[in-house]
Write a protein that binds this ligand. Structure first.
Ligand code: HEC
Ligand code: HEC
Length: 199
Protein backbone atom coordinates (compact mmCIF):
# COMPACT_ATOMS: atom_id res chain seq x y z
CA UNK A 1 0.00 0.00 0.00
CA UNK A 2 2.71 2.41 1.07
CA UNK A 3 4.93 1.45 -1.83
CA UNK A 4 2.04 1.83 -4.23
CA UNK A 5 1.41 5.35 -2.97
CA UNK A 6 5.08 6.32 -3.29
CA UNK A 7 5.12 4.92 -6.80
CA UNK A 8 2.04 6.94 -7.68
CA UNK A 9 3.66 10.14 -6.44
CA UNK A 10 6.84 9.32 -8.33
CA UNK A 11 4.89 8.72 -11.53
CA UNK A 12 2.99 11.97 -11.05
CA UNK A 13 6.25 13.84 -10.58
CA UNK A 14 7.70 12.29 -13.71
CA UNK A 15 4.58 13.20 -15.65
CA UNK A 16 4.76 16.83 -14.58
CA UNK A 17 8.50 17.03 -15.30
CA UNK A 18 8.03 15.72 -18.81
CA UNK A 19 5.10 18.10 -19.30
CA UNK A 20 7.42 21.00 -18.49
CA UNK A 21 10.22 19.94 -20.78
CA UNK A 22 7.88 18.44 -23.40
CA UNK A 23 9.41 18.75 -26.79
CA UNK A 24 11.54 16.69 -29.07
CA UNK A 25 14.95 18.06 -29.99
CA UNK A 26 15.22 16.18 -33.31
CA UNK A 27 11.69 17.11 -34.38
CA UNK A 28 12.47 20.69 -33.37
CA UNK A 29 15.57 20.71 -35.53
CA UNK A 30 13.51 19.82 -38.60
CA UNK A 31 10.73 22.27 -37.74
CA UNK A 32 13.25 25.09 -37.19
CA UNK A 33 14.58 24.78 -40.73
CA UNK A 34 12.75 27.89 -42.00
CA UNK A 35 13.77 29.85 -38.92
CA UNK A 36 17.43 29.39 -39.80
CA UNK A 37 16.83 31.40 -42.97
CA UNK A 38 16.97 34.48 -40.74
CA UNK A 39 18.11 33.38 -37.27
CA UNK A 40 20.88 31.12 -38.56
CA UNK A 41 22.71 33.67 -40.67
CA UNK A 42 25.38 35.73 -38.96
CA UNK A 43 24.54 39.41 -39.10
CA UNK A 44 21.23 38.93 -40.94
CA UNK A 45 19.26 42.17 -41.00
CA UNK A 46 15.61 42.94 -40.54
CA UNK A 47 14.82 45.14 -43.53
CA UNK A 48 12.85 48.04 -42.06
CA UNK A 49 13.83 49.36 -39.61
CA UNK A 50 17.32 47.95 -40.03
CA UNK A 51 18.63 45.92 -37.13
CA UNK A 52 20.10 42.46 -36.76
CA UNK A 53 17.62 39.64 -36.19
CA UNK A 54 17.95 38.43 -32.60
CA UNK A 55 20.18 35.55 -31.66
CA UNK A 56 17.86 32.87 -30.32
CA UNK A 57 20.28 29.94 -30.02
CA UNK A 58 20.90 29.19 -26.35
CA UNK A 59 17.96 31.34 -25.23
CA UNK A 60 15.85 30.02 -22.34
CA UNK A 61 13.15 27.59 -23.45
CA UNK A 62 10.42 29.19 -21.33
CA UNK A 63 11.16 32.67 -22.62
CA UNK A 64 11.24 31.44 -26.23
CA UNK A 65 7.83 29.82 -25.78
CA UNK A 66 6.42 33.01 -24.21
CA UNK A 67 7.77 35.06 -27.13
CA UNK A 68 6.42 32.71 -29.81
CA UNK A 69 2.98 32.56 -28.19
CA UNK A 70 2.92 36.36 -27.95
CA UNK A 71 3.69 36.61 -31.68
CA UNK A 72 1.07 33.92 -32.41
CA UNK A 73 -1.68 35.76 -30.50
CA UNK A 74 -0.67 39.11 -31.96
CA UNK A 75 0.08 40.48 -28.50
CA UNK A 76 3.61 41.13 -29.77
CA UNK A 77 3.77 42.49 -33.30
CA UNK A 78 6.27 41.96 -36.07
CA UNK A 79 4.75 41.10 -39.47
CA UNK A 80 7.23 38.32 -40.32
CA UNK A 81 7.22 36.77 -36.87
CA UNK A 82 3.42 36.94 -36.62
CA UNK A 83 3.19 34.94 -39.86
CA UNK A 84 5.84 32.46 -38.71
CA UNK A 85 4.20 31.89 -35.33
CA UNK A 86 0.63 31.62 -36.63
CA UNK A 87 1.63 28.41 -38.35
CA UNK A 88 2.93 26.80 -35.15
CA UNK A 89 0.99 24.40 -32.89
CA UNK A 90 1.80 24.14 -29.18
CA UNK A 91 3.68 20.92 -29.96
CA UNK A 92 5.72 22.70 -32.66
CA UNK A 93 6.61 25.40 -30.13
CA UNK A 94 7.66 22.79 -27.55
CA UNK A 95 9.85 21.00 -30.10
CA UNK A 96 11.41 24.11 -31.62
CA UNK A 97 12.15 25.73 -28.27
CA UNK A 98 13.85 22.59 -26.93
CA UNK A 99 16.05 22.60 -30.02
CA UNK A 100 16.85 26.33 -29.82
CA UNK A 101 17.53 26.28 -26.07
CA UNK A 102 19.89 23.37 -26.61
CA UNK A 103 22.17 25.34 -28.93
CA UNK A 104 25.46 26.14 -27.31
CA UNK A 105 27.06 29.52 -27.14
CA UNK A 106 29.97 30.27 -29.39
CA UNK A 107 31.68 31.65 -26.26
CA UNK A 108 32.80 34.85 -27.88
CA UNK A 109 33.33 38.05 -25.96
CA UNK A 110 32.38 40.72 -28.44
CA UNK A 111 33.84 44.15 -28.00
CA UNK A 112 31.52 47.14 -27.94
CA UNK A 113 32.04 50.82 -27.35
CA UNK A 114 30.55 52.15 -24.08
CA UNK A 115 30.47 48.70 -22.50
CA UNK A 116 32.22 49.89 -19.34
CA UNK A 117 29.71 52.70 -18.78
CA UNK A 118 26.91 50.24 -19.49
CA UNK A 119 28.18 47.76 -16.93
CA UNK A 120 27.64 50.20 -14.07
CA UNK A 121 24.31 51.42 -15.45
CA UNK A 122 23.06 47.83 -15.76
CA UNK A 123 22.89 47.28 -11.99
CA UNK A 124 19.10 47.80 -11.93
CA UNK A 125 18.71 45.03 -14.49
CA UNK A 126 20.72 42.39 -12.60
CA UNK A 127 17.82 41.18 -10.43
CA UNK A 128 16.31 39.50 -13.49
CA UNK A 129 18.83 39.52 -16.35
CA UNK A 130 21.93 38.90 -14.24
CA UNK A 131 25.19 40.91 -14.21
CA UNK A 132 26.39 39.44 -17.52
CA UNK A 133 23.03 38.83 -19.17
CA UNK A 134 22.55 35.25 -18.01
CA UNK A 135 19.03 35.59 -16.62
CA UNK A 136 18.18 34.40 -13.13
CA UNK A 137 14.95 32.64 -14.15
CA UNK A 138 14.03 30.89 -17.40
CA UNK A 139 11.01 33.13 -18.00
CA UNK A 140 13.39 36.09 -18.38
CA UNK A 141 15.39 36.41 -21.59
CA UNK A 142 19.16 36.04 -21.58
CA UNK A 143 20.71 39.24 -22.92
CA UNK A 144 24.38 38.21 -22.97
CA UNK A 145 25.74 38.02 -26.52
CA UNK A 146 22.53 39.38 -28.06
CA UNK A 147 22.82 41.72 -31.06
CA UNK A 148 23.26 45.22 -29.69
CA UNK A 149 20.93 46.92 -32.16
CA UNK A 150 18.22 44.33 -31.43
CA UNK A 151 18.49 44.98 -27.67
CA UNK A 152 18.34 48.70 -28.32
CA UNK A 153 15.32 48.33 -30.60
CA UNK A 154 13.54 46.22 -27.96
CA UNK A 155 14.14 48.85 -25.27
CA UNK A 156 12.89 51.65 -27.52
CA UNK A 157 9.80 49.52 -28.29
CA UNK A 158 9.11 49.04 -24.57
CA UNK A 159 9.67 52.72 -23.93
CA UNK A 160 7.32 53.96 -26.68
CA UNK A 161 4.72 51.25 -25.95
CA UNK A 162 4.94 49.40 -29.27
CA UNK A 163 6.02 46.34 -27.27
CA UNK A 164 4.02 45.82 -24.11
CA UNK A 165 5.24 44.25 -20.91
CA UNK A 166 4.21 45.45 -17.46
CA UNK A 167 7.71 44.93 -16.02
CA UNK A 168 9.84 46.17 -18.89
CA UNK A 169 7.71 49.20 -19.77
CA UNK A 170 8.58 50.65 -16.38
CA UNK A 171 12.28 49.91 -16.56
CA UNK A 172 12.61 51.19 -20.12
CA UNK A 173 10.74 54.40 -19.29
CA UNK A 174 13.52 55.29 -16.85
CA UNK A 175 16.28 55.00 -19.50
CA UNK A 176 17.65 57.83 -21.65
CA UNK A 177 18.89 57.14 -25.18
CA UNK A 178 22.45 57.25 -23.85
CA UNK A 179 21.60 54.74 -21.10
CA UNK A 180 20.13 52.38 -23.72
CA UNK A 181 23.24 52.74 -25.86
CA UNK A 182 25.57 52.00 -22.94
CA UNK A 183 23.65 49.14 -21.30
CA UNK A 184 23.06 47.32 -24.59
CA UNK A 185 26.77 47.67 -25.39
CA UNK A 186 27.55 45.94 -22.10
CA UNK A 187 25.19 43.01 -22.54
CA UNK A 188 25.98 42.56 -26.25
CA UNK A 189 29.67 42.24 -25.44
CA UNK A 190 29.10 39.34 -23.02
CA UNK A 191 29.14 35.65 -23.80
CA UNK A 192 25.89 33.83 -24.36
CA UNK A 193 23.48 33.72 -27.27
CA UNK A 194 24.29 32.46 -30.72
CA UNK A 195 22.83 32.16 -34.20
CA UNK A 196 21.05 28.85 -34.84
CA UNK A 197 23.73 26.34 -35.73
CA UNK A 198 22.88 23.09 -37.44
CA UNK A 199 23.95 20.33 -35.12
C1 HEC B 1 12.14 36.60 -42.24
C2 HEC B 1 13.06 36.47 -41.12
C3 HEC B 1 12.61 35.62 -39.94
C4 HEC B 1 12.21 34.30 -39.96
C5 HEC B 1 12.07 33.36 -41.15
C6 HEC B 1 11.96 33.94 -38.57
N1 HEC B 1 12.22 35.01 -37.76
FE1 HEC B 1 12.05 35.04 -35.72
N2 HEC B 1 12.46 37.03 -35.71
C7 HEC B 1 12.79 37.79 -36.82
C8 HEC B 1 12.94 39.18 -36.41
C9 HEC B 1 13.29 40.35 -37.30
C10 HEC B 1 12.68 39.21 -35.01
C11 HEC B 1 12.67 40.44 -34.09
C12 HEC B 1 11.26 40.94 -33.93
C13 HEC B 1 11.18 42.16 -33.05
O1 HEC B 1 11.84 43.14 -33.35
O2 HEC B 1 10.47 42.11 -32.05
C14 HEC B 1 12.41 37.84 -34.60
C15 HEC B 1 12.13 37.47 -33.30
C16 HEC B 1 12.01 36.16 -32.88
C17 HEC B 1 11.90 35.73 -31.52
C18 HEC B 1 11.93 36.64 -30.29
C19 HEC B 1 13.35 36.77 -29.81
C20 HEC B 1 13.46 37.53 -28.53
O3 HEC B 1 14.58 37.62 -28.02
O4 HEC B 1 12.45 38.03 -28.02
C21 HEC B 1 11.79 34.37 -31.52
C22 HEC B 1 11.67 33.47 -30.32
C23 HEC B 1 11.82 33.95 -32.90
N3 HEC B 1 11.95 35.05 -33.71
C24 HEC B 1 11.71 32.64 -33.30
C25 HEC B 1 11.58 32.26 -34.64
C26 HEC B 1 11.21 30.91 -35.05
C27 HEC B 1 10.98 29.75 -34.09
C28 HEC B 1 11.14 30.91 -36.41
C29 HEC B 1 10.77 29.77 -37.32
C30 HEC B 1 9.49 29.13 -37.07
C31 HEC B 1 11.46 32.28 -36.84
N4 HEC B 1 11.70 33.06 -35.74
C32 HEC B 1 11.54 32.68 -38.15
C33 HEC B 1 12.96 37.33 -38.10
C34 HEC B 1 12.61 36.06 -38.54
C1 HEC C 1 11.88 42.32 -12.57
C2 HEC C 1 12.54 41.65 -13.68
C3 HEC C 1 13.21 42.51 -14.75
C4 HEC C 1 14.11 43.54 -14.57
C5 HEC C 1 14.65 44.12 -13.28
C6 HEC C 1 14.48 43.96 -15.91
N1 HEC C 1 13.87 43.18 -16.85
FE1 HEC C 1 14.18 43.22 -18.84
N2 HEC C 1 12.79 41.76 -19.13
C7 HEC C 1 12.04 41.19 -18.12
C8 HEC C 1 11.00 40.34 -18.72
C9 HEC C 1 9.94 39.55 -17.99
C10 HEC C 1 11.19 40.42 -20.12
C11 HEC C 1 10.36 39.72 -21.22
C12 HEC C 1 9.26 40.65 -21.70
C13 HEC C 1 8.42 40.05 -22.81
O1 HEC C 1 7.98 38.91 -22.66
O2 HEC C 1 8.23 40.73 -23.82
C14 HEC C 1 12.31 41.32 -20.33
C15 HEC C 1 12.80 41.65 -21.58
C16 HEC C 1 13.86 42.50 -21.80
C17 HEC C 1 14.45 42.78 -23.09
C18 HEC C 1 14.00 42.18 -24.43
C19 HEC C 1 14.86 40.95 -24.71
C20 HEC C 1 14.48 40.21 -25.96
O3 HEC C 1 15.11 39.17 -26.21
O4 HEC C 1 13.59 40.64 -26.69
C21 HEC C 1 15.46 43.66 -22.90
C22 HEC C 1 16.38 44.23 -23.95
C23 HEC C 1 15.52 43.94 -21.48
N3 HEC C 1 14.54 43.22 -20.84
C24 HEC C 1 16.44 44.81 -20.90
C25 HEC C 1 16.40 45.18 -19.55
C26 HEC C 1 17.22 46.21 -19.00
C27 HEC C 1 18.24 47.03 -19.79
C28 HEC C 1 16.91 46.30 -17.68
C29 HEC C 1 17.48 47.25 -16.66
C30 HEC C 1 17.37 48.66 -16.95
C31 HEC C 1 15.90 45.28 -17.41
N4 HEC C 1 15.60 44.65 -18.59
C32 HEC C 1 15.35 45.00 -16.17
C33 HEC C 1 12.24 41.36 -16.77
C34 HEC C 1 13.05 42.30 -16.18
Amino acid sequence: MHIKKTLMILLLCMASTSALAAGDYQAGKIKAYTCSGCHGIIGYNNVYPTYHVPRIGGQNQEYLAIALKAFRSGERTHSNMNLQAEALSDQDIDDITVYLAGQTSDAVNRSAANAAAGQSKSVTCHACHGPTGKSVMPIYPNLGGQQQNYLSKALHDFRDGSRQNPIMSGFAAALSDADIEDITAWYASQQGLTEIKDK
